[in-house]
Design a protein around this ligand. Structure first.
Ligand SMILES: Cc1ncc(COP(=O)(O)O)c(C=O)c1O
Length: 387
């Protein structure tokens, strides 16, 4: 529990800032000016901090500092990967999965408008891409495959190594959005087989507004944001030293805590899910049972409005989500649930509960107390309205 009376169960939206990250940032929150590209002493100190942080972020991929390009977050890392692969006169063929985050799907759509042909791979009812369909999708002009490591809504993980193998066999670049996987997955195994991997600091309990793209050695990345010569010309713009330092501290914390935290969180998530499935009738659990993030529980309740449920839980002091935070206010149903073939009457009753490193048994106990009674109350109110 993070604050008295608030049970925060929305870590897939963002994680609370870790104290190590806040501390690493605080030394840069001074009136002293320090542009890491300046040759004077404060500039050199800032440069040293940026390069130390680049080394620390590289370690989460078991990679060299030169493999890390800092961006403003996961969205920019994904845009850099896609636009960077096609360059300034985009043509050829791009393959993405239909359940990617908008940070991949939107640049894919923009590249399509600019002249790239795009194949959107279907997924099965658990949200997993079909490797045979991927194999058939390759063409002689395919430049890039972009498939996420783990889905932000339902938590389903993709067969990243197999996808990478197929891409390599066809001499096609492979980008993997590992923004949601990063707190729970060994990123070295992804970086070992992908050309580019996106991560975002705030999902790792680092500050918002910073992220990174891992870029394989020798990969000729084209810049997307053009400007100064920072980051070897791969991403122009003065590096934000405080954010980068906080991000590096957050990566260090994840590497230190991930292995011991993951089994505890998986048990908590499983006990929450079991209790909700037992106590609430007409509920469907989404995501691949054997291949999903250990922290995510995604359920659809029949005859219950997901947004109303989240609002009611909020009043009860439980912060959860009905879908991706970036889709709040978007009237269309979730593209992830649609791609998985979840029927419309269930899609509207979605609830995503996502745990994080700080989640406790008490948090889960409170969720088990309030979610069933909230669903029941909303269903009862719905019946009364109709009758
Ligand atoms: C899978 C995935 N990719 C990309 C992003 C975008 O990251 P950011 O919020 O850092 O721009 C998110 C954010 O939710 C995400 O879940």
């Amino acid at each position: 529990m993070l604050e008295e009376e608030l049970v925060y169960l929305d870590y897939n939206a963002t994680a609370p800032l870790a104290s190590e990250a806040a501390e690493a940032m605080s030394s840069w929150h001074t009136p002293r000016a320090a542009n890491p590209s300046s040759p004077h002493r404060p500039g050199r100190q800032a440069r040293a901090a940026v390069e130390d942080a680049r080394r620390a972020v590289g370690e989460i991929f078991s990679a060299e500092p030169t493999n890390v390009v800092f961006t403003s977050g996961g969205t920019e890392a994904d845009n850099l990967a896609l636009w960077g692969a096609f360059g300034s006169s985009p043509k050829g063929h791009l393959i993405v999965s239909s359940v990617e985050h908008p940070a991949v799907l939107e640049p894919a759509a923009a590249l399509e408008t600019a002249g790239v042909e795009v194949t959107r791979l279907r997924v099965d009812e658990a949200g997993v891409v079909d490797l045979e369909e991927l194999e058939l999708a390759f063409r002689s002009d395919t430049r890039l495959v972009s498939v996420m490591a783990a889905n932000h809504e339902v938590g389903t993980t993709q067969p990243v190594e197999e996808i990478a193998k197929l891409a390599r066999a066809h001499d096609v670049i492979f980008h993997c959005d590992a923004v949601q996987a990063a707190p729970w997955t060994d990123l070295s195994s992804i970086a070992a087989c992908a050309d580019m991997v996106s991560i975002s600091s705030h999902k790792l309990a680092g500050p918002v507004g910073i992220g990174a793209l891992f870029v394989r050695s020798g990969y000729p990345l084209q810049p997307h944001l053009r400007g100064g010569a920072q980051q070897a010309g791969r991403r122009g713009g003065t590096e934000p030293v405080a954010l980068i330092s906080g991000f590096a501290a957050a990566c260090g914390r994840v590497m230190r805590l991930r292995d011991e935290t993951t089994p505890r969180i998986r048990l908590l998530r499983d006990s929450l899910e079991k209790a909700l499935m037992e106590q609430i009738p007409d509920v469907v659990r989404n995501g691949a049972p054997g291949a999903r993030l250990p922290n995510t529980c995604h359920l659809c309740f029949a005859s219950c409005d997901g947004n109303a449920l989240v609002a009611r839980l909020d009043l009860e002091g439980v912060a959860a989500a009905s879908g991706a935070a970036c889709s709040t206010g978007v009237p269309e149903p979730s593209h992830v649930l649609s791609a998985m073939g979840i029927p419309p009457e269930l899609r509207g009753g979605a609830l995503r509960v996502s745990l994080g490193y700080e989640s406790t048994e008490a948090d889960v106990a409170r969720a088990i107390q309030v979610i069933p009674e909230s669903v029941e109350a909303l269903r009862r109110a719905g019946v009364e309205r109709v009758s």
